[in-house]
Design a protein around this ligand. Structure first.
Ligand SMILES: NC(=O)c1ccc[n+]([C@@H]2O[C@H](COP(=O)([O-])OP(=O)(O)OC[C@H]3O[C@@H](n4cnc5c(N)ncnc54)[C@H](OP(=O)(O)O)[C@@H]3O)[C@@H](O)[C@H]2O)c1
Length: 265
């Protein structure tokens, strides 16, 4: 088991990626603490983990509210003695596929504000405990939009580039405390859209705009990669496990590129 005796907190733990990573962390021996807005979604993931013999607890927490996150993190750390791994898998519906001439300032700002705010809040809260223990791993999520030119992805693109910059900067700030920070940059994950991810609404809007179905749009995206396929949830979750484990002990301040060769570093 790669994460035996580790304590992991996951914000957005009831979502497609958060849930998949939670199950994978638990499979590898971690105690998993799931937080998000909708308790029913978190409880579903926790039930799967318990049924498989793992440990999971859930809590209703608004990951955009600093005090609520601090309170949650402190209660987990007090209960199990510390936090070893944190993932922010929060996702919100926002506008993609709209060129700047038609994009409102509010729609441009929303993903930038939400993603940079929630990652700041959760990273700052867990870093206090990880610093006390002299070790820890913080994982963030991004998309190929961080490196794509336009048109149509202005707010989303700036948000993703911001999260990757946040990851690099945080890695530099926290390295002296033995904390690693890594971003997982995944291309669109077809399974997520069938699991109720907010991405279904986003992709649906974009697909409708160009007059294709979501499935046709994803097939087109797959065709644009070197591998001619999009990543699976299992690949993203297993990469998260590896990055959180000692096997990735020399990695920090970097991006795990899960774009099937769409974006080349
Ligand atoms: N899906 C993809 O293809 C894909 C690919 C690459 C990267 N990503 C990125 O991965 C992240 C997660 O994507 P996903 O597909 O897993 O999304 P998802 O299934 O929609 O999950 C997002 C989760 O975030 C939670 N959430 C939203 N606002 C919150 C808040 N203020 N406080 C606490 N929890 C909150 C949601 O809970 P509620 O429903 O209760 O609000 C939901 O469970 C996003 O940042 C996305 O950009 C996704």
């Amino acid at each position: 088991m790669l994460l035996k005796n580790k304590n992991a907190v996951i914000y957005g733990g009831g979502g497609a990626i958060g849930g998949a990573v939670a199950r994978a962390f638990a499979r590898e021996g971690a105690k998993v603490f799931l937080a998000g807005r909708t308790l029913a979604k978190l409880d579903e993931v926790a039930a799967d983990i318990s049924a498989a013999g793992g440990f999971a607890e859930t809590a209703q927490v608004d990951a955009l509210d600093e005090k609520s996150v601090e309170k949650h993190v402190d209660s987990v750390a007090a209960k199990v003695g510390g936090i070893d791994i944190a993932l922010n898998a929060v996702g919100i519906n926002h506008v993609q596929g709209t060129p700047i001439a038609e994009l409102s300032l509010e729609d441009y700002e929303l993903p930038i504000t939400v993603y940079t705010r929630t990652n700041f809040i959760t990273a700052k809260a867990v870093a206090r405990h990880m610093t006390n223990n002299g070790s820890g791993v913080i994982l963030t999520l991004s998309t190929p939009a961080s490196r794509m030119p336009g048109p149509g992805y202005m707010g989303h693109s700036v948000a993703c580039a911001g999260i990757e910059a946040f990851t690099r900067h945080l890695a530099g700030e926290l390295a002296p405390s033995g904390i690693r920070v890594i971003c997982l940059r995944s291309h669109m994950i077809p399974e997520a859209t069938t699991l109720g991810s907010h991405s279904r609404d986003i992709f649906g809007f974009v697909a409708e705009r160009v007059g294709v179905t979501i499935e046709e749009m994803m097939a087109g995206a797959a065709g644009g990669t070197l591998l001619k396929r999009l990543p699976t949830l299992a690949e993203v979750a297993n990469t998260a496990v590896f990055m959180a484990s000692e096997h990735a002990g020399s990695m920090t301040g970097t991006v795990a590129n899960l774009t099937s060769g769409f974006i080349l570093d």
